[in-house]
Design a protein around this ligand. Structure first.
Ligand code: ADP
Ligand code: MG
Length: 441
């Protein structure tokens, strides 16, 4: 069965569509091959992705077969991205606008699937659509006399089904939360299928808006997998690049590479509660969004400015030992980049390595396109003995992995199989994830 996975993560950068041919292991998944290809709007050359897609990622050992067929990326239009960012976590967005956004995103996801199908000359039979998380509160909090953990992914599945003419599975997270889980992370199911190994422990690391890892000890069964969010991936870097440089991200890590890391600020933030908290744990914009970026800037605030955007280049450090230190705006980006690398390292050292022997980290997500981040991460991991690799080496282009994951999760749900990992989400039991929307007629 060919399944389209549609992912839009917390970065709200756009829509990833990945096509995979999936089958159960004892049944050959494919005879012949669909034309593989990729249209990647940014950053990766088509030839690189075609090379990756020609390798066959094998799930055969886990009684699943997966053949990666192609991937396409569609950035959100600027006004849509802005509306999403404003709506996330907003105490003021109107209900009518949220309902509109839900239907609008359904239209955009459908258009993305249709365009990708056309361009790659692939026809899917099922869509797994994650949607855009607008709110995720993993820890139960009081509300009208009850304690509730809640989540909402926006992007109406019925619209996607009607426009594409395909059955759509969407809303993957609530079933895990209803079973007592944190609703995240869900990608570990794919990580386990792809990377488990009898002889060596491996860590899959995805650096999206948030960074998360899946640690799979050698010879582990599904319930021995450790998975959790390590903290910010690109989210803080993006927010500060926007604020200080009016750029959506620090493209190719150039700003950070030219800046100086303010070690005191890295240490101060790396010591915060979230990082010390034991897994399972999940994070989002609620933890590392606007508020966090604001606080981060508060530690390194432009001299003589009431707001950050109109500041001169000189920035004065507040509340630090060396109060006379002058730093540039680019130092703030460098420091945020260093925090991401440090928090990943700390998570690995604190919560993963004590649990067994691990030999490699396999990285994916948009953060792998930031060479400064990747080289600082390699530096942070230098003494751990872990080899830093890319998911491209395993046949899944690093920017497509999460979309592939939602194709796999949809395939499992379509077959009424459970795919959350209680060891990762904290759920009391496995759950069949998602809801099905059927096309009209
Ligand atoms: N060339 C690049 N240079 C620096 N950062 C990049 C580059 N390409 C992508 N990114 C980063 O990756 C992020 C998107 O990563 P992605 O894996 O799609 O995250 P999410 O799942 O949260 O949407 C962007 O917001 C940006 O920060
Ligand atoms: Mg994205």
């Amino acid at each position: 069965m060919i399944v389209a996975g549609v992912m839009s993560g917390t970065s709200a950068d756009g829509i990833d569509v990945a096509f995979v041919r999936l089958g159960d292991g004892d049944v050959p998944a494919s005879r012949g091959r669909a034309k593989a290809g990729t249209r990647v709007v940014r950053s990766t050359s088509p030839s690189a992705s075609l090379r990756a897609s020609s390798k066959r990622a094998s799930l055969a050992r886990a009684n699943r077969r997966l053949e990666f067929l192609g991937h396409a990326q569609f950035p959100y239009p600027g006004d849509v991205r802005r509306r999403i960012l404003v709506s996330m976590n907003s105490p003021r967005t109107s209900v009518a606008d949220l309902a509109r956004l839900n239907f609008l995103l359904g239209e955009l996801y459908a258009e993305a699937v249709l365009s990708a199908q056309k361009e790659l000359r692939i026809k899917a039979q099922l869509v797994g659509c994650h949607g855009q998380t607008l709110y995720h509160q993993a820890i139960a909090a009081p509300f009208l006399g009850r304690k509730l953990a809640v989540t909402w992914q926006c992007g109406e599945g019925s619209v996607v089904a009607a426009r594409t003419g395909l059955p759509v599975i969407s809303d993957f997270r609530p079933a895990d939360m209803a079973a007592g889980g944190k609703g995240a992370p869900l990608v570990p199911y794919l990580d386990y299928l792809l990377y488990r190994d009898r002889r060596q422990g491996r860590i899959a690391l995805n650096i999206g808006g948030i960074a998360n890892l899946t640690a799979i000890p050698a010879g582990a069964s599904l319930d021995q997998v450790i998975a959790f969010d390590t903290g910010p991936g690109n989210m803080v870097i993006d927010a500060l690049a926007e604020e200080l440089f009016v750029q959506a991200c620090d493209r190719d890590g150039k700003i950070a590479a030219s800046g100086r890391v303010i070690e005191e600020v890295v240490e101060r933030f790396a010591g915060e509660n979230f990082f010390r908290q034991k897994p399972p744990k999940a994070a989002g914009r609620e933890e590392f969004g606007r508020e966090f970026a604001r606080e981060f800037l508060h530690e390194a605030r432009p001299l003589g400015a009431t707001s950050v955007g109109n500041a001169s280049d000189k920035i004065g450090l507040r509340d630090l030992r060396d109060k006379t230190a002058k730093v540039e705006k680019r130092d703030v980006i460098a420091t945020a980049t260093a925090l991401t690398a440090r928090s990943i390292r700390d998570a690995v050292l604190r919560f993963v390595l004590p649990k067994g022997s691990f030999s490699e980290i396999i990285a994916s997500g948009g953060g792998t396109k930031n060479p400064t981040l990747m080289s600082w991460l390699a530096n942070e991991l230098r003494d751990s003995g872990l080899r830093l690799r890319s998911s491209d080496e395993f046949g899944i282009p690093s920017e497509a992995k999460e979309a592939v994951a939602f194709a796999v999760l949809a395939f499992e749900s379509w077959n009424r199989r459970t795919s959350n990992l209680p060891s990762a989400t904290g759920a009391k039991r496995p759950a069949v994830l998602g809801k099905i929307s059927f096309p009209c007629g």
